[in-house]
Design a protein. Structure first.
Length: 141
């Protein structure tokens, strides 16, 4: 597992050294909650190389630098996050993106917009087995 937190190195990704395993596919996990990043990385680390960040501004950089095969984003729905998701998809249309958040009926329009920008939405709270199954579907061996 590679865990990266906002540091001066993030300003210059060329200085970062990936600690991922070449034979495994790579999952990039973003969450503002470091403990949540750690928990998800523990779930996937036996089958995938996992890179985590708590800095949403680094999503595109990390996805490119670590050649992410799948991105999991744990974030509140917002227009700014949609812009970041668009940036990810513009970089690599083929990288699947899973978005995690708590659904609110008052954000139904935003929810519909997000669904057009990602490959999967999983509402919190979620079942770990369902999450693992969805990742396996998006990253077949």
């Amino acid at each position: 597992m590679t865990s990266l937190h906002p540091t001066s190195e993030e300003k210059n990704p060329a200085r970062m050294t990936p600690a991922t395993t070449e034979s495994k596919r790579t999952i990039l996990i973003y969450s503002p909650d470091l403990n949540f990043c750690f928990s998800l990385s523990m779930l996937f680390q036996d089958r995938y190389s996992v890179v985590t960040t708590t800095n949403p501004g680094m999503l595109e950089t990390f996805a490119d630098h670590y050649a992410a095969d799948l991105v999991i984003v744990d974030a509140m729905p917002s227009e700014k996050m949609i812009d970041r998701l668009d940036g990810l998809k513009n970089q690599n249309r083929n990288v699947p993106v899973i978005m995690l958040y708590v659904y609110s009926p008052r954000d139904a329009a935003l929810d519909a917009t997000i669904r057009r920008h990602v490959d999967s939405v999983i509402y919190k709270p979620f079942d770990i087995a369902d999450m693992a199954r969805r990742v396996a579907e998006l990253l077949p061996r």
